[in-house]
Design a protein around this ligand. Structure first.
Ligand code: 5RP
Length: 226
């Protein structure tokens, strides 16, 4: 059963908080996941009341949600995003681990194009240091080469398996995802540079210093960090 101040409520509060801050006329990058979905639904309600926005989705899921909410869609070729709203798997300060939904490559692209990333999350995502496995989108052919390379960086890589069928998760871009545990990541910027330098890595899920605002749903309201 959903609790009044539980995780689902916190996600909804965070999504509504970020959605309420979007100015009329904006082009908004739509992230992926259950908390970003709350922001998309909240923006859909504002659009019903007359808000004029256009959206650049980062996944099949966020495109479908935008369509259901009657929010007009554009691409990066049509318009530059003003802001991106997205969830996160782990938040330490303004550094993030993303990619639980295997959409982090497009999410990072759209957030970088916007130059403004607003994160929406429930309180369970907060941590003192980034301590979860880092999702890494990789070219399918690169897996046997990247596994030892990631181990030599101190990582413990696992190819992400699909939950509902045999075989690996395949991203919207046709690639695979390796989740690589590094324990507590003391220097995320250094690790981000090491991962980005590996041939075969399409994109990793470390978003270092990219968040401009973090909307955290709490048991009683929303804590906005900026
Ligand atoms: C998708 C992501 C998601 O934003 C992240 O996994 C958080 O998802 P949720 O809001 O469902 O907890 O990075 O690639």
């Amino acid at each position: 059963m959903k609790q009044p101040g539980g995780t689902d409520t916190q996600k909804r509060r965070a999504g509504e908080s970020a959605a309420a801050a979007v100015p009329d006329g904006s082009v908004v990058g739509f992230g992926t996941g259950s908390t970003a979905a709350e922001a998309i639904r909240a923006l859909g309600r504002r659009v019903e009341s007359g808000l004029d926005i256009r959206a650049i989705p980062t996944s099949y899921q966020s495109r479908q949600l935008a369509r259901e909410a009657s929010i007009p869609l554009v691409t990066l070729e049509d318009a530059a995003p003003d802001v991106a709203i997205d969830g996160a798997d782990r938040i330490a300060g303004f550094d993030l681990i993303k990619g639980g939904g295997a959409a982090h490559a497009r999410e990072k692209l759209v957030a970088t194009a916007a130059g403004r990333l607003w994160i929406v999350a429930d309180g369970t995502k907060l941590a003192d240091t980034l301590d979860r496995p880092v999702p890494i989108e990789v070219l399918p052919d690169a897996v046997p080469v990247l596994e030892p390379a990631l181990e030599s960086l101190g990582g413990d890589p696992t190819l992400r398996a699909a939950e509902r069928k045999d075989g690996p998760v395949v991203t919207d871009n046709g690639n695979l995802v390796v989740d690589c545990a590094f324990g507590e990541i003391a220097t995320p910027a250094d690790l981000a540079a090491d991962l980005a330098a590996l041939p075969g890595v399409v994109e990793h899920g470390l978003f270092v210093g990219m968040a401009e605002e973090i909307h955290v749903g709490t048991e009683s309201g929303v804590d906005v960090r900026e």
